[in-house]
Design a protein around this ligand. Structure first.
Ligand SMILES: NC(=O)c1ccc[n+]([C@@H]2O[C@H](COP(=O)([O-])OP(=O)(O)OC[C@H]3O[C@@H](n4cnc5c(N)ncnc54)[C@H](OP(=O)(O)O)[C@@H]3O)[C@@H](O)[C@H]2O)c1
Length: 317
């Protein structure tokens, strides 16, 4: 029985996944949030494929443990750049460090993410899930973009989520000051915003040799949500976790998107692991996407807030 298009993601999760034997020997691959879950699985798989892994992480002890494991198990160079994505200044510093040390970048994997059950704000005043999942990855990508272009062919992978289907994006209330915060909708808003900017950036990158795609890494065992309260952590551990898969499937899928010759030139797509899929309709609205792009540029100070006011102002007559 064929599922309706909006439920096709359920069937896609059971499809056989694509794999590749292609190697990434010596290629420089940046992975954010490589200390746990999906990012750790991706870092391991990239190292197994011969890549030099640059981990952008917030916890130096956890990062050092992963760094030592990658060097020991796969005999590759693994480096650490520290940044807490609740601070956009940290993202800028991390980008500056990367630009200083790496003359080329072959793959950028924006993976670091959080799920919050309560509304909190980052030091920059953004709702935390929106700030960490969307704005930090948007800013890091923009700051590294010229280096990626100069390194072409290069690939950008946004670790997104089926959670974008929860919606929740209100461009007039990005901080949830006027609405009651709901964790899944806050997470959905951040992932929706990220997806909308993927289509925008894919258009801008056409012909540059740099591709950008988004992916859902499967429903896998990780620490996501474990920063929340006792009740949520209990629910997560007892009710949800038994149904989750091993994170290695996410690592394998990310590796396929990063390394497979079949993916060369593929850009502006959403993948459920390695299966191309249609996102929810609200995440395909290009008019909203153009507003999200401009707002994201303003909120990360890529353009001035006064420029945003002009961009956002409805045209007269
Ligand atoms: N697990 C799933 O089933 C699933 C499903 C769909 C999408 N995803 C997506 O997969 C990505 C990875 O999540 P995960 O499930 O692997 O969760 P996870 O185990 O909690 O890993 C998240 C990673 O992001 C890092 N991180 C969190 N907040 C950060 C901050 N403020 N600054 C810098 N790094 C930060 C974490 O660092 P620490 O180790 O220091 O905490 C960790 O390395 C996220 O984008 C998530 O939305 C996961």
């Amino acid at each position: 029985m064929k599922l309706p298009e909006e439920l096709q993601f359920i069937a896609n999760a059971r499809m056989p996944q694509k794999t590749t034997d292609a190697r990434l020997n010596g290629r420089i691959c940046i992975v954010t949030g490589a200390t746990s879950g999906v990012g750790l699985a991706a870092a391991r798989r990239l190292a197994r494929g011969g890549a030099q892994v640059v981990m952008v992480c917030r916890n130096d002890e956890k990062a050092a443990t992963v760094q030592a494991e990658l060097a020991r198990e796969y005999s590759v160079q693994a480096d650490v750049v520290l940044a807490d994505f609740t601070r956009l200044a940290d993202v800028r510093d991390a980008a500056a460090t990367i630009l200083e040390h790496y003359p080329h970048i072959d793959v950028l994997i924006n993976n670091a993410g959080v799920h919050m059950t309560r509304r909190t704000l980052t030091v920059d005043g953004h709702e935390t899930a929106f700030g960490v999942n969307h704005l930090a990855s948007f800013l890091l990508t923009r700051l590294l973009l010229d280096r990626l272009k100069a390194s072409a062919p290069a690939r950008i992978i946004q670790v997104n989520s089926q959670g974008h289907r929860f919606g929740g994006l209100d461009l007039d209330d990005l901080t949830w000051a006027r609405r009651r915060y709901a964790g899944l909708r806050g997470y959905g808003a951040a992932k929706t915003a990220q997806l909308l900017t993927v289509w925008e950036l894919a258009d801008r990158l056409a012909g540059s040799g740099v591709t950008i795609n988004a992916m859902h890494p499967g429903a896998v065992k990780s620490n996501i949500g474990m920063n929340n309260g006792l009740l949520y952590r209990w629910y997560n551990r007892i009710v949800i976790r038994p149904f989750l898969k091993e994170p290695a499937i996410a690592g394998d899928a990310i590796y396929y998107l990063a390394a497979a010759p079949d993916m060369a030139g593929v850009s502006g797509k959403f993948f459920n692991l390695t299966i191309e899929e249609k996102p929810a309709a609200h995440a395909l609205d290009r008019a909203v996407g153009k507003r999200v792009w401009a707002m994201s540029e303003a909120l990360t100070d890529i353009i001035g807030r006064e420029t945003l006011a002009k961009v956002q102002k409805p045209s007269q007559g």
